[in-house]
Write a protein that binds this ligand. Structure first.
Ligand code: BGC
Length: 371
């Protein structure tokens, strides 16, 4: 636990004004009250098993620490119970601002109700938290747009607008407990489903939800690469006999794409003319290498540093007793309220843009991806 520089230097006066800020205005600070501190932040991330969450957590932690905040960063190994008890500990330890990337977006209402009793302000990070009044802000990349970019990439590459086809498509969706997965799928499906209806895209496995609302039927629990690989193995062996080939795989993110690519490889697919289009998201190192090797077509890049910067600004505003900036107050209804959100813009990266977008911006090092 790092104690903030400013807190070390500050005295009682600062601590008192901090409790005022943390109370969100209105309520008087409690005398000697329960560790009320200005910028005392608990960050709760889902897992260390995915590169992006390590970057997200570490990036935000170091920004906040350099600004003098006290920060407790925890990872929950993709286990909801662990995430709940970590948040409980953060609140008990004095965190007044919680930044939470939920594992199960529907499971945190009770722990956030406890946090609210301690006057905590809650920011949902990247993933919305559902079914509770107790989430104050949401910061994310535009999730619908992520899926739309994947769908449009397929549409353009296969020249579907020009009437080309039929092409064999296999589609995957993200973890059913992650609210984002629904938006990713809807964004892509709104582009692609009309082509299925017209017969330009065919789905040999039959795993083609009739509406985006049925996305969870093809969801991969926990975004696990090995589960995506096993599912792709099944589809290839059951539906692709007699020389039939997959032309395109809609993968919502990079962890699923890695599993799908392993499956294709073991079924004998090799980069080149017959290799399918495969989409992704996150610009993980392994996937960027796959893009350079012709094993993945694109990824949707969400610069986690920009999200970290936005959340950093939100935290600072809250700690200063001000309203954080938001740019969307309509899209993210969590079932109890529309959560004021800040949406950032994702972008497509293909092989020819790896250097200009990912390396030149410092997001990845050339040595990370063998360039
Ligand atoms: C994130 C993606 C990530 C996925 C798996 C989603 O909520 O938005 O960037 O690939 O979770 O961790």
């Amino acid at each position: 636990m790092s104690l903030s520089k400013s807190l070390a230097a500050a005295g009682t006066v600062a601590v008192l004004s901090l409790s005022l800020a943390a109370c969100g205005g209105g309520a008087a600070p409690q005398a000697g009250g329960g560790g009320g501190q200005d910028c005392n932040v608990g960050i709760s991330m889902p897992t260390r098993s995915l590169e992006r969450w390590i970057n997200d957590g570490e990036g935000l932690r170091s920004k906040l620490a350099s600004a003098g905040c006290t920060v407790d960063l925890q990872y929950a190994d993709n286990k909801t119970d662990q995430q709940i008890s970590q948040i409980q500990n953060q609140v008990a330890g004095g965190s007044k601002i919680l930044v939470v990337a939920a594992i199960d977006g529907a499971a945190l209402a009770p722990v956030l109700a406890e946090a609210k009793k301690q006057d905590a302000t809650v920011i949902a990070y990247d993933r919305l938290i559902n079914g509770t009044e107790d989430v104050d802000y949401y910061a994310t990349f535009d999730n619908y747009k992520v899926g739309q970019l994947q769908g449009q990439y397929v549409e353009e590459t296969l020249k579907l607008k020009d009437g080309k086809g039929p092409f064999n498509l296999e589609a995957f969706a993200g973890s059913p407990d992650d609210n984002n997965a629904k938006f990713f799928f809807a964004g892509a499906w709104d582009v692609l489903y009309p082509y299925i209806q017209k017969g330009q895209l065919t789905v040999p496995s039959g795993k083609a939800p009739k509406s985006a609302a049925e996305w969870a039927s093809i969801g991969v629990q926990g975004w696990a690469s090995d589960k995506a690989q096993a599912e792709m193995d099944n589809r290839l062996s059951s539906f692709y006999g007699g020389g039939k080939k997959v032309d395109v795989v809609l993968s919502p993110n990079d962890s699923l794409a890695i599993g799908i690519e392993a499956s294709l490889k073991s079924a004998g697919y090799k980069p080149g003319a017959d290799y399918p289009i495969i989409t992704g998201q996150d610009a993980d190192k392994a996937n960027v290498k796959a893009i350079l090797a012709g094993e993945q077509s694109m990824t949707v890049w969400k610069d986690t540093r920009v999200l970290g910067e936005q959340v950093f600004k939100m935290v600072k505003s809250i700690a200063d007793g001000q309203q954080p900036e938001v740019n969307d107050t309509k899209t993210y209804d969590n079932g109890k309220k529309v959560v004021p959100s800040y949406l950032l813009v994702p972008e497509v990266v293909t092989e020819d843009a790896v250097k200009s977008k990912l390396i030149d911006s410092g997001f990845l090092k050339s040595s990370d991806v063998g360039l």
